[in-house]
Design a protein around this ligand. Sequence first.
Ligand SMILES: Cc1ncc(COP(=O)(O)O)c(C=O)c1O
Length: 366
Amino acid sequence: MKTIDRIVRPAYRRLESYTVDLPTVPIKLNQNEAADELPDDLKRAIASELLTVDWRRYPQLTPVDVVEPIASTFGLDPSGVLVSNGSNDVLRAIFDVSVGRGSRVVTLTPTFGVYRLLAEQREAVVDCSPLDHRFRVHDRDLIERSRQATLTIVTSPNSPTGTRVKPETIREVCRQTRGLVVIDEAYVEFTDQDFLPFAREFANLIITRTFSKAAGLAGLRVGWATMAPALARQVQKAILPFALDVVSTIAVRTILDNWALVESRAGDTVRERDRLIAAVANLPDLTVFPSEANFFVVESADRNASAIIAALLDRGILVRPMTSYGSTGNGTERQLFRVSVGRREENDAFVAALSEIVADVQEVRP
Ligand SMILES: Cc1ncc(COP(=O)(O)O)c(C=O)c1O
C-alpha cells in the first residue's frame, strides 16, 4: 500500500480539489467580486487603526467587536450571530456539526461547488434538485427532496445563475424537513428579497452572509451567519479559537460604519447589471438569463462556450465557465458561461469584445 493510501482517508483521496482558473488579466469578471475597490480614505482609516493595536496579542476569542455591530446593523440578536474567516468557513462549521458519513445533503444544481466538496469530505450523499432550463427552482421537487435531508442548502440569489428561491418554498422546506436548512445569501445586497426574518421564525434555519462580495472584502475573509441562539452555541464549537484576525475585525467594523456606501454601490452594480443584460440580449445567437445578483449567465446557440471564453481571454477579459457547478439540465451539454458585473468601462469593453466574437461566428457561417 502506498504511503498516501495509508495515511489519507479514502473520502479525501477520491475528492477533486476545488480549483479556479486565475490568469492575470486587465478585466476580471469571473469571481463576482465588488466592481470597485474601497475608497482610499476608508482603507487608510483601517490601516492607521491597525497601527494602534499590539500584533503580539491574540484577537478576541469570539469576535464580539464584529458580532455586536453586525447584530445592530441587521437588527439581530447577537447571541445568534457567528463569524469566521469567510462564509466558506462558516459553512464548514455548519457541516461539521450536522453532516457525517451517510448523511443526506440536498442542494440545487447548478450551484456553488463548495457544498458538494463539504458533503463529500464527510462521506455524505449529495442529492440535487435540478433547476429548470431557465434556472428556476422546481419548488415541489426541492420540498420533496428536503423532507428526508440531514441538511438542505440553497443559495439565494443562486450562484452561478442569479435566480432566487421563493419565500413560500423555504417556509415549506423548513416546516417539512426533519433536518437543518441553510440559505446562503452571499449575494443578497443585489436583490430586494432577504430571509433574515425567517431565522427568527424557524429553529432549524441558518442564514449565511459574507463581506466578500458587495462589501468588497474578499481579500480579508469574513463571513457570518445568524440562527437561533441554541443552535449558534452548537455551531460555535466547530469554529476554531481566534478564527478572526485583527485586520479583518477592524475592517469589518469600519465597513459596517459605512454600510450606506456598500448599499449605494450595490445599487450601482444592479443598474450596470441590467444595462449589461440588455446589451447582451441584443447580440445575435446569445441568450442571457435574468439575474438578481452581480453576475449573469449567457448561453450560446451555435458556438462552444469554451471558444467564446478563450476569445474573450485573448482580448484580456476573464469570465467563468459553468463546468464546475454541476449539471445544467436535461443531459445535453449546454454552452454557458457566467459574467460578473464590473465597472462601467470594463462592462463596455466586455460587450464590445463579445459583439466582435459573435460577429466572427456570423461571418464564417455558410
Ligand atoms: C454562493 C457563495 N457562497 C459562499 C461563497 C464564499 O464566500 P467567502 O468569500 O465568504 O468564503 C461564495 C464565493 O464565491 C459564493 O459564491
